[in-house]
Design a protein around this ligand. Structure first.
Ligand code: HEM
Length: 445
């Protein structure tokens, strides 16, 4: 594991052990990025359920593997402002960093557009369907693809179309979006040609375009997409919010929905490729349904595709860790957590914890197909919980079921199925978004 062999000293901070093995400057980040499950297991074995991990520039985060930690996501004295400190350039002033009434106000102005009714009224399923068909048909014709590259590209296309960005502007958006992402890793050097300068310029470009979209929406110009709905909900809301909030959150939607969904989609294809019985069950369902669903109401006809989406995300949660901060002293199990403590809530650990799931390491569609109760917070913990629970949940569910059915229909008609050409475990990343290696190839034969 990527730990510093020279750092073996056992230390305590506020009576909680610090994980040894941190490097200067980057702390445990190399192990967090490349080997998080093993790092958490080793920490649990050697230190117990509570320990500090060193996130390099973001400092030490108290990590708790006890399922009680999930309740922190709903706790009134726990804030998500730490996310702004970790990624100020890219996430500053967005929903995910706000708390209390400021958060509620901003979220209320956006959330309706992402509920099943809002998505259906905006015709999002119909909007996505042709782009998904086109992409899987291209894969069939090519016979072999680098899967994460492809799903990332498809998701960017879908996310941009959601925003109503005209097709001719897509290449420029693509370029600016890639530059924006550099802000996540940019060293703090603001000089011409450096990632920080380029990333900021891309962010300002994207924000300026968003302001134009908002102006257009208000002027009732012909523009489809969720932005219209968001703007009118925003303007209807009782508390006056500045357009800056809307602009920052349009940027957040681009970021929050892209890599997470692309990673999940890639893992779905990988799981289908390495489990022939799964592929057969999906093909059977796709043939019975015969068409790609476009509305939420139709999703009930696709239980296998839904179970595939849920089980893939359980085994491979795209958001592995959530950072938080205690604003007051807290009690967590037996522990006293001082006010101001930075916290890490490891969704990845809970997603495959034997305390929460039966046979957690087995990929089992049956756990979803045979369940009788409704989906509860533990079943969708990969989307967070509490006031910040993911706004895109219904959208992801729709697009991933659409994708699975289109894939199964297209490939089955051509007499081919997905086959894995690479080692899926090699080169996995777990942070900031968990994803399979960029190099994994899938053959359709
Ligand atoms: C598989 C795909 C996805 C996963 C696993 C995922 C996961 C999450 C998680 C864990 C959070 C909570 C963050 C926190 O509490 O700190 C979150 C928040 C959020 N997600 Fe997603 N997400 C996905 C897709 C999407 C999509 C497609 C969109 C929209 C286009 C979206 C928009 C958001 C927004 C706006 C928030 C912030 C909500 C708030 O702070 O109130 N996500 N997501």
């Amino acid at each position: 594991m990527l730990l510093n062999p020279l750092n073996r000293r056992h230390r305590l901070r506020y009576d909680i052990p610090v994980m040894p093995g941190a490097f200067p400057v980057v702390g445990h980040l190399p192990a967090i990025i490349c080997d998080l499950p093993r790092l958490l297991r080793r920490a649990e074995r050697t230190l117990g359920s509570h320990f500090w991990l060193d996130f390099g520039p973001a400092g030490h985060l108290m990590t708790c593997l006890d399922p009680d930690a999930l309740a922190l996501l709903r706790h009134k004295d726990v804030s998500s402002a730490l996310i702004e400190e970790i990624a100020p350039e890219i996430l500053g002033r967005t929903l995910v960093t706000l708390n209390g009434s400021a958060h509620r106000q901003a979220r209320d102005g956006i959330k309706a557009a992402f509920l099943p009714r809002g998505l259906t009224e905006a015709g999002i399923g119909e909007l996505f369907e042709p782009a998904i068909w086109a992409r899987v048909q291209a894969w069939r014709d090519r016979g072999e693809v680098t899967i994460l590259r492809e799903t990332a590209d498809l998701m960017l296309k879908l996310t941009f179309s959601l925003m109503g960005i005209p097709a001719q502007d897509l290449p420029e958006w693509h370029r600016k979006y890639r530059q924006l992402l550099q802000l996540i890793v940019a060293p703090p050097v603001d000089l011409p040609g450096m990632p920080l300068r380029r990333g900021r310029a891309a962010r300002d470009w994207i924000d300026a375009q968003s302001r134009e979209f908002i102006r257009d929406a208000r002027a009732h110009a012909v523009r489809t997409g969720l932005i219209n709905d968001m703007v009118s909900a925003f303007d209807r809301s009782e508390d006056a919010l500045s357009d800056d909030v809307l602009v920052a959150n349009i940027r957040l939607l681009l970021l929050a929905g892209h890599e997470t969904t692309a990673s999940t989609m890639a893992w779905m294809v990988i799981e289908l490729a390495r489990r022939p019985e799964l592929w057969d069950a999906l093909v059977e369902e796709a043939q019975r349904v015969g068409a790609v669903p476009t509305r939420h109401a139709d999703l009930a006809q696709c239980p296998v595709a839904e179970a595939l989406f849920r089980e893939t995300l359980r085994m491979h949660p795209a958001s592995s860790l959530l950072p938080r901060r205690a604003t007051q002293e807290l009690q967590l199990g037996e522990r006293r957590i001082p006010a101001g403590t930075s916290l890490c809530i490891p969704l990845l650990h809970f997603s495959t914890s034997a305390l929460l799931h039966e046979a957690p390491d087995e990929f089992r569609l049956a756990r979803w197909l045979q369940r009788t109760g409704p989906i509860g917070p533990v079943d969708m913990l990969q989307f967070g919980s509490g006031p910040h629970v993911c706004i895109g949940y219904h959208l992801v569910w729709l697009e991933l079921v659409q994708f699975s059915i289109a894939l199964a229909l297209t490939m089955h008609k051509a007499g081919v199925r997905p086959r894995l050409l690479s080692d899926a475990e090699k080169g996995r990343r777990y942070y900031p978004t968990a994803q399979p290696s960029m190099k994994i190839r899938i053959e359709f034969s």
